[in-house]
Design a protein around this ligand. Structure first.
Ligand SMILES: Nc1ncnc2c1ncn2[C@@H]1O[C@H](COP(=O)(O)OP(=O)(O)OP(=O)(O)O)[C@@H](O)[C@H]1O
Ligand SMILES: [Mg+2]
Length: 298
């Protein structure tokens, strides 16, 4: 079972017919759906027919009830969820432009009232975990201890981080064995500018891999200070790239627990992201296993 710690988001989407540069555009599609990096990554894991579970607190509001229904509809187990007053989804408004670029504006004030579930649920989750996904920027206090416990149990931790380089985020970044982050945030964290220098700055003796994603330019990956792999993004007609990085994380973790070597992991991850990006507006955002595997095989 792949376990995820992060947050749930209630995403309100406005898709326009023009590109970002146009500055304005007519709305061609609206949609309300659930997201959050780890929620999206777990949906990709479930699409790939592997058990996935969210480990976290979820509130008692109508939006939280809908979030619970969304998890069930996407095959994500709620066995390790505690319902807690105030732990409601982050609210976000996402503008998607022609070509699939997106801008996410979010209100994450509910994270202050979203604790880690109690010890018994954490224990239960770790006892069945074959990998742990973490979104370092939004995971609740106590996540560092969960990561350390997972690693002591030999369970790999695949960590995402994309903004707010606070000391608590940095501690999580240091603790993970598989660090999978956007290239730009890697540059922020290290002060370096080339992928090689950024990866060198992020490497530590407890790492198993460092992967730097770079949108349409693909990704770079290392499994030692020296061993570098570059995988181009798959060419697709992107409709909505929201959550590409998240699908990438989910498929990476899925391949990892299935024994995939680094190149295979990033290839299947890139394929999952590309399939997601090309889904038509309004489609259920679960890239199918068949579509992912056939694109990865090209
Ligand atoms: N337009 C696209 N077409 C095909 N593949 C894409 C596209 N955009 C992203 N990808 C794939 O998804 C991976 C992750 O994308 P990116 O680096 O943008 O993640 P991110 O910044 O974490 O975004 P988000 O968190 O919003 O999903 C890329 O390395 C690439 O393989
Ligand atoms: Mg991301």
């Amino acid at each position: 079972m792949i376990i995820g710690l992060g947050c749930l988001a209630h995403d309100h989407i406005l898709a326009t017919e023009t590109t970002w540069e146009a500055g304005k555009g007519r709305v061609v599609h609206t949609e309300t759906r659930f997201g959050g990096n780890v929620r999206n990554a777990l949906a990709a894991v479930a699409s790939l027919d592997h058990p996935a579970a969210y480990l976290g607190s979820v509130g008692l509001s109508a939006s939280s009830d809908e979030a619970m229904a969304d998890l069930a509809a996407h095959g994500i187990s709620a066995d390790f969820i505690e319902r807690v007053e105030g732990a409601d989804p982050v609210m976000s408004r996402i503008t998607v432009t022609a070509g699939g670029e997106r801008y996410v504006a979010f209100d994450d004030s509910t994270l202050a009232t979203t604790p880690l579930p109690g010890e018994a649920l954490v224990d239960a989750a770790l006892s069945v975990a074959d990998a742990v996904l973490v979104d370092a920027c939004v995971a609740p206090p106590g996540t560092l201890q969960v990561i350390e416990r997972a690693r002591n149990l030999g369970v790999p931790v695949v960590l995402d981080a994309e903004r707010d380089p606070s000391s608590s985020v940095l501690a999580l970044v240091d603790a993970a064995d598989h660090l999978v982050i956007p290239l730009g945030f890697g540059a922020t964290l290290t002060g370096a500018s080339t992928p090689v220098d950024i990866a060198a700055g992020l490497w530590n003796e407890r790492r198993s891999s460092v992967v730097l994603t770079d949108g349409i330019r693909g990704c770079h990956a290392w499994e030692s200070r020296e061993l570098h792999v570059h995988v181009s993004a798959f060419e697709v007609t992107a409709v909505d790239t929201t959550g590409c990085g998240d699908a990438f994380h989910g498929a990476y973790a899925w391949s990892l627990v299935n024994g995939g070597a680094l190149r295979e992991r990033v290839r299947i991850a890139s394929a999952a992201a590309a399939v997601l990006a090309a889904l038509p507006a309004g489609a259920k955002r679960m890239p199918s296993r068949e579509a992912i595997e056939s694109l990865a095989a090209e």
